[in-house]
Design a protein around this ligand. Structure first.
Ligand SMILES: NC(=O)c1ccc[n+]([C@@H]2O[C@H](COP(=O)([O-])OP(=O)(O)OC[C@H]3O[C@@H](n4cnc5c(N)ncnc54)[C@H](O)[C@@H]3O)[C@@H](O)[C@H]2O)c1
Length: 520
C-alpha cells in the first residue's frame, strides 16, 4: 500500500496535527489543515504469483471443467450486456468519444451474439469428435477430446475495449479454463468498468481482472500461463512472445498492420465509397485493426474515387466533420501527435486533397484523404490507426497486387470489383489474415470464419468455435481392448513379420493376403 498525505496550511498556522481520513478546520480564518490518506493497492510480483496459484488451484479442483460452470459464467456475461449497456456506452464515450451506435452495435451487440452462440453450441463443442482408426490399430476406437488448457491470460487493446476483452474470455470460459483479463490502460473508464462488472458477476475463484499498464503486465507475463491471448501492436506482440517462450507457453497474437483496399474501375462506386467510409471513419474513426489503411487504384480511375469519397463523406458527416457527433475522437494526445507527425512529413503534407483539420485540445482530426504520398513515407510504412487515408495510384491492378505482396502480410485485404475472375485471383494470390470482396470489416461478424492474422499481422485465430479451439488442447485418445493381440509386433522379429507389418502400416490389403498365404 502507498499512503499519500498532503496539507494545505495558512501562512499563520503553526499547528501540524494530521487528522486521518478527514478535514480539520478549527478556524478557517486562522488556518486550514487537510490531511488525506489514500490507500492505493499496488500490484506486485507476489500478487501475480498468488493470483496464478489461486486460479490454478481452482482449475486443478475442477471448478471450471464442467458444462454447468461454463454455461453459468457465459450467461452471467450476457447479463452484464443486458443490465449495463448504458454504462458501457458511457465508458466508451469517456475513453474514445465513441458514438452510441458504434458502442451498442460493434461492442455490445457483437458480444451478445458471441455469447449466445457459445451458450447454444457449447455442448456440441465440448463433445469429443469421433476419429477413424487404421488397420494398424484394429480393433480400436478413437476420439479427439477437447481438454481445457488450464490458467490463461488475456491481454487486450484500447480501441474496442469491451469486445476485445470479453470475446477472448468467452472462448477461455467455454473451453473450461481459469482466466485473467488485463484490459488496456489507455481506455481507463472501460478498464475499471470491466474490472467492476466481472468481479460482480463472475466466479472470482476462476475469473479475474487485473488493471494496469506495462509494470502490471510485465509482472503477469513473468508467471507461467497455459496460454496467452494478446491483442495489440506487433511491437508489443514480440515482447509477449519472448515472455511466453520462457515457459513454452503457446500464444495467440491478434496484431494489426496496414490493411489495403484495391478499387477496380468495374465497381459500383457509390456503394464502394459508402462502405469504405463506414469501415474507416465509421469504425472508431479509423482506430480499428481491420480499418482500411490505404487505397490502391489506377491513375485513370483515381479522380472518380476521390470525388465519390468526398461526396459521401460530406453526406455522412456534413461540411464540418470536426463537429460531427458520429465519429470517435483520437484516444489520447500521444496518438494525436503520432498522427500529426505523419501528416506533417515532407512530401506528405502537400498531398492532402480532403480534410487535414486538427484540434489537439479536443483530440479531433478530420477525415483526411491524401493522394500519392511517397511509398517510403511514415504514413505508408507504419499502420495509420486513425482518420488518415492515403490513395496510391498505379498503372494497373497487377501493380496494385504487387504493392500488397511486397509488404508485410496485413490483417485484412479488401477488393471492390464486379469482375469474377479478379475476385478469385485476389482471394488466391493475396495473403492476409482475412479477405473481403466488396465490403469492409464485415468478416469479423461471421462466427463461422476464423478471425486472426498471418505473418506480421499475428498468429492463431478466434471467433465462434475457433475461440473454443484457441483455448483447448485437442487430445488424441485411442481405446483398445485385449482382443486381437497380434504376435507380429513382438520380437523375435522375422522377415514375414516385417513384410506383414509394413503391409498393415501402408494399408496394402493385397500384400497382407500375399504374406498370409505365404506368397512371395
Ligand atoms: N487483431 C486484432 O484483433 C486487433 C484488435 C485491435 C487492435 N489491434 C492492433 O493493436 C494495435 C493497437 O493497440 P495498442 O498496441 O496501441 O494497444 P495498447 O497500447 O492498448 O496495448 C495492448 C496491450 O498491451 C499492453 N502493453 C503495452 N506495452 C506493453 C509492454 N511493454 N509489455 C507488456 N504489455 C504491454 C497494454 O497494457 C495493453 O493491454 C494496432 O496495431 C491494432 O491493429 C489488433
Amino acid at each position: 500500500y502507498i499512503v499519500f498525505s498532503f496539507s494545505i496550511q495558512d501562512q499563520t498556522s503553526k499547528e501540524n496535527n494530521p487528522a486521518s481520513l478527514g478535514i480539520r478546520a478549527q478556524s478557517l480564518s486562522v488556518f486550514a489543515y487537510v490531511s488525506v490518506y489514500v490507500m492505493v493497492k499496488v500490484f506486485q510480483a507476489a500478487d501475480a504469483t498468488d493470483l496464478v496459484t489461486e486460479l490454478r488451484r481452482s482449475f486443478d479442483d475442477g471448478v471450471t471443467r464442467g458444462y454447468e460452470w461454463r454455461v453459468t459464467q457465459l450467461k452471467k456475461l450476457l447479463l452484464i450486456c443486458d443490465n449495463h449497456e448504458p454504462e458501457i456506452v458511457s465508458a466508451l464515450h469517456d475513453d474514445l468519444g465513441k458514438p452510441e451506435l458504434e458502442s451498442s452495435v460493434y461492442e455490445v451487440a457483437l458480444l451478445r451474439n458471441s455469447i449466445n452462440l457459445a451458450v447454444k453450441q457449447l455442448k456440441d463443442w465440448m463433445a469429443p469428435d469421433k476419429a477413424k482408426t487404421s488397420l494398424t490399430t484394429f480393433p480400436a476406437s478413437a476420439e479427439i477430446v477437447y481438454e481445457p488448457l488450464g490458467v490463461v491470460l488475456v491481454i487486450s487493446a484500447w480501441n474496442y475495449p469491451f469486445l476485445l476483452s470479453i470475446d477472448p474470455v468467452i472462448g477461455a470460459i467455454s473451453a473450461g479454463n481459469a482466466v485473467v483479463l488485463k484490459p488496456s490502460e489507455l481506455a481507463p473508464a472501460s478498464s475499471s468498468l470491466l474490472a467492476k462488472l466481472l468481479e460482480q458477476y463472475l466466479d472470482s475463484s476462476a475469473v479475474r481482472v487485473v488493471e494496469g499498464a506495462v509494470t502490471e503486465t510485465t509482472l503477469l507475463l513473468e508467471q507461467k500461463w497455459d496460454k496467452i491471448f494478446y491483442t495489440g501492436s506487433s511491437r508489443i506482440g514480440r515482447i509477449i512472445m519472448m515472455a511466453a517462450a520462457k515457459h513454452l507457453t503457446p500464444v495467440v497474437l491478434e496484431l494489426g498492420g496496414k490493411s489495403p483496399v484495391v478499387i477496380d474501375s468495374d465497381t459500383n462506386l457509390k456503394i464502394t465509397a459508402k462502405r469504405i467510409i463506414a469501415g474507416k471513419w465509421g469504425c472508431n474513426n479509423g482506430q480499428a485493426c481491420i480499418s482500411p489503411d490505404y487505397i490502391l487504384t489506377t491513375k485513370e480511375f483515381s479522380p472518380k474515387v476521390i470525388d465519390a469519397l468526398k461526396q459521401e463523406l460530406e453526406a455522412f458527416y456534413g461540411k464540418n466533420p470536426m463537429e460531427s457527433k458520429d465519429m470517435s475522437r483520437i484516444v489520447n494526445s500521444n496518438h494525436f501527435d503520432r498522427l500529426s507527425k505523419m501528416l506533417e512529413e515532407k512530401e506528405v503534407s502537400d498531398k492532402i486533397v480532403y480534410g487535414g483539420q486538427k484540434n489537439r485540445d479536443k483530440l479531433k482530426i478530420a477525415p483526411t484523404i491524401l493522394v500519392d504520398v511517397p511509398l517510403d513515407s511514415q504514413i505508408m510504412s507504419e499502420e495509420i490507426f486513425g482518420p488518415l487515408l492515403p490513395i496510391i495510384t498505379l498503372n494497373n491492378l497487377e501493380e496494385c497486387f504487387d504493392v500488397i505482396r511486397s509488404r508485410p502480410k496485413p490483417l485484412a485485404a479488401y477488393l471492390f470489383t464486379q469482375n469474377q475472375k479478379l475476385k478469385e485471383r485476389f482471394a488466391l494470390t493475396v495473403s492476409a489474415g482475412g479477405i473481403v470482396v466488396n465490403d469492409i470489416a464485415v468478416h469479423l461478424a461471421v462466427p463461422t470464419l476464423p478471425f486472426g492474422g498471418v505473418g506480421e499481422s499475428g498468429m492463431g485465430s478466434y471467433h465462434g468455435k475457433f475461440s473454443f479451439d484457441a483455448f483447448s488442447h485437442k487430445k488424441a485418445v485411442l481405446y483398445k481392448s485385449f482382443i486381437g493381440d497380434a504376435a507380429i509386433r513382438y520380437p523375435p522379429y522375422s522377415t514375414g513379420k516385417l513384410r506383414l507389418l509394413k503391409a498393415l502400416v501402408n494399408s496394402n490389403i493385397l500384400e497382407i493376403f500375399r504374406v498370409i498365404l505365404g506368397l512371395s
